[in-house]
Ligand binder design. Structure first.
Ligand code: UDP
Ligand code: MG
Length: 252
């Protein structure tokens, strides 16, 4: 059994001013509840990473961190994308906590499940992955693109956990190992499996987005899938080599 951890919750935010007030309220309550139940240390905190928002996201984070000691914020100079915002958060909290939990800003992922994440950590787990029970509340478009994404990843031989997004706990050891990769085109879902530490799954019910619209445009989804494939699969390289040989012999 480990000691109770100092927890850092990381929340990437891009143009989330419609939900952020409620998110800050709920995550502050969650943190206090975990502290009261002696599940985490009292100096635990929530870090909001503003991913170059153009709306009032940053001013909401700033005013909340001015009045609440357990709320912190960093702002990226421009929109770098969800995975890079997460990485900036992970780099910021390294050495400042015993473990982190990353969660989306839109309250789709059940923040009440965090208590199971920290229990797993205390029982010796270094990586805890939140897995959604079903996709029933997603739009047809979202379900179809998600299905296509998992099929494509499977075809390319990329190892990922179905229905696990970026709701996960990482111990300080997992954080150090993850940051030692020095990746730039990030695909965290693949990287966390590569580090090979003790991993557990927590299943949770997914909810509708509390407010606002999805910040994952089709272009961002393609970039995300492309990074996953080019970072974790040799299939594109083999295909190009094969095409090279075919063209060579046809022209010879
Ligand atoms: N996000 C981000 N940068 C981006 C796009 C999204 O930081 O360029 C954040 C967003 O604010 C949210 C999380 O990533 O906290 C997941 O995005 P969203 O909920 O819109 O994705 P979906 O649930 O529709 O896949
Ligand atoms: Mg969402």
């Amino acid at each position: 059994m480990r000691n109770i951890p100092k927890l850092a919750i990381i929340v990437p935010c891009y143009n989330e001013d419609q939900v952020l007030g409620e998110t800050i309220k709920r995550l502050s309550e969650t943190l206090e509840n975990l502290i009261d139940k002696k599940k985490i240390k009292s100096d635990s905190f929530v870090l909001y990473v503003d991913d170059g928002s153009e709306d009032d996201t940053w001013s909401i984070i700033k005013s909340s961190s001015a009045t609440n000691l357990s709320t912190k914020g960093i702002k990226l100079s421009k929109n770098e994308g969800h995975q890079n915002a997460l990485l900036a958060g992970i780099e910021y909290v390294e050495g400042k906590c015993d473990c982190l939990i990353s969660i989306d800003a839109d309250l789709q992922q059940d923040e009440k499940s965090m208590i199971h994440f920290t229990d797993s950590y205390v029982n010796g787990c270094d990586v805890v992955l939140g897995v959604r029970n079903d996709r029933m509340c997603d739009s047809f478009f979202k379900r179809a693109t998600a299905l296509g994404f998992y099929k494509l990843m499977n075809l390319m031989g990329v190892d990922i956990i179905k229905n696990h997004a970026d709701y996960r706990l990482l111990s300080s050891k997992a954080i150090r190992m993850l940051l030692s990769f020095k990746e730039v085109n990030l695909f965290l879902r693949g990287l966390v499996l590569l580090i090979g530490l003790k991993t557990e799954y927590i299943y949770f019910d997914v909810k509708d987005r509390y407010a606002g619209k999805s910040k994952y445009t089709l272009k961002k989804m393609f970039t995300f899938a492309w990074d996953g494939i080019t970072s974790f699969s040799v299939v594109p390289l083999r295909l190009i080599t094969l095409i090279g040989f075919i063209v060579f012999f046809l022209l010879a």
